[in-house]
Write a protein that binds this ligand. Structure first.
Ligand SMILES: [Zn+2]
Ligand SMILES: [Zn+2]
Length: 391
């Protein structure tokens, strides 16, 4: 039976799996109910081996093809964690964990990879080995990095790795991918500016760190506009500002700024880090203050390797038809910790259109579109069948 027909049959069942996961959203590495649910499904599906407790609550499942003359091993990855967002979406399977919500659709990613697992374990129509990664802590915890550090790529002999994310606002069932940088490096920056507190009515006797902080924020705007090559991409957003003033008539001692930096190339990343440090310290100094900059590198660039991307796009065209696949989509400046798996092995990350559902990911009204399940499952399974053909 062709892949698409089989997933049309499995669609109601996989939708039920997805909706159940949606009711039990858990955060970061702490996914006891989610992991137990995924483990039970994988055991029922009948994968060949299952390793649990990877990166605390992650799992690695292995499905062998009907033959293994190729010696090929391909990894597929889904993320399982949710977000600390109180759901307002109008669904009849709401979150039962107050304050938590599957607002990024990782319930959908997990269910689609489980669906592919069910099909692959049933059919085994490939020559080689499929390795399925179910990872915790994509939303800031670096669960993908921890899995790589715990040695999953070497332990299972994975040669290539593939992942997928749903994309609200992109038409239902469309695919988008590009070779090279698809998503940004996401770094965190904290700047502490210290002056000398005092009475607001006697500013000349104090050193006001608020004024210095205001100038630092403005100075940082010059990095993207004046230092970064106009044909390259960067974002510097200072989003948090706090101080230790308890009242409107107290000049504080200290101001803390927090923000994020997004880049698509390592030379730009280095440049932005260096400019932030210099501009913050020297600007603060000019106003009689000191600045301490703590620049923390987060997720690296999600970099698709070219051969694997071409193949991923071909499988997407098999699933959706030529017209619905954009093989050279624009990159986005969000970060993604599948980047660590792509640093460890060649592979590709692809977007699957979630349709016009009214809210983007990370919004309390976001809804994963269950209509895309067969496409996502067929792409995952198709990567295995066509990258390691049995015939
Ligand atoms: Zn997210
Ligand atoms: Zn996500």
């Amino acid at each position: 039976m062709p892949i698409q027909n089989r997933f049309a049959d499995l669609h109601p069942e996989i939708t039920e799996w997805r909706r159940h996961l949606h009711t039990i959203p858990e955060l970061q590495f702490d996914l006891p109910k989610t992991a137990a649910d995924v483990e039970a499904r994988l055991r029922e599906i009948g994968v060949d081996t299952l390793e649990t407790g990877v990166a605390q609550t992650g799992m690695v499942a292995v499905i062998k093809g009907k033959i293994d003359t190729s010696g090929r091993v391909i990894g597929l990855r889904a993320d399982m964690d949710a977000l600390p967002i109180a759901e307002i979406a109008d669904v009849d399977y709401p979150s039962t964990h107050e304050g938590n919500m599957h607002a990024c659709g990782h319930d959908g990613h997990t269910a689609m990879l489980l669906g592919a697992a069910k099909y692959l374990a049933e059919t085994r129509n490939f020559d080689g080995t499929a390795v399925l990664f179910f990872q915790p802590a994509e939303e800031g915890g670096g669960g993908g990095r921890v899995m790589v550090e715990e040695g999953v790529m070497d332990r299972y002999g994975v040669q290539e790795v593939y992942g997928m994310h749903n994309m609200p606002g992109m038409e239902t069932g469309h695919f988008a991918i590009r070779p090279g940088a698809l998503m940004a490096a996401a770094d965190e920056v904290w700047i502490t500016i210290t002056g000398q507190g005092g009475h607001a009515a006697a500013p000349h006797e104090a050193i006001d760190p608020n004024v210095a902080a205001a100038h630092v924020i403005l100075a940082l705007q010059s990095i993207v506009s004046r230092n970064v090559d106009p044909l390259k991409d960067a974002v510097v957003s200072i989003c948090q500002m706090s101080n230790d003033s308890g009242a409107i008539n107290i000049i504080p001692q200290e101001v803390k700024l927090g923000g994020t930096v997004r880049t698509l190339a390592s030379d730009v990343r280095d440049l932005v880090e260096a400019r932030i440090t210099l501009l913050a310290t020297r600007t603060a100094e000019a106003y009689g203050c000191t600045a301490e900059v703590n620049y923390m590198r987060g997720y690296p660039v999600t970099e698709n390797s070219s051969d694997e991307t071409e193949h991923a796009a071909k499988v997407a065209r098999d699933v959706a038809g030529d017209a619905l696949v954009d093989g050279n989509t624009a990159p986005i400046m969000a970060g993604e910790d599948f980047s660590y798996m792509l640093e460890a092995r060649p592979g590709a990350y692809i977007f699957l259109g979630n349709g016009e559902v009214g809210a983007t990911v990370h919004h309390p009204a976001y809804v994963f579109n269950d209509d895309i399940i067969p496409s996502g499952c067929a792409w995952f399974a198709g990567m295995i069948e066509t990258r390691m053909p049995a015939a």
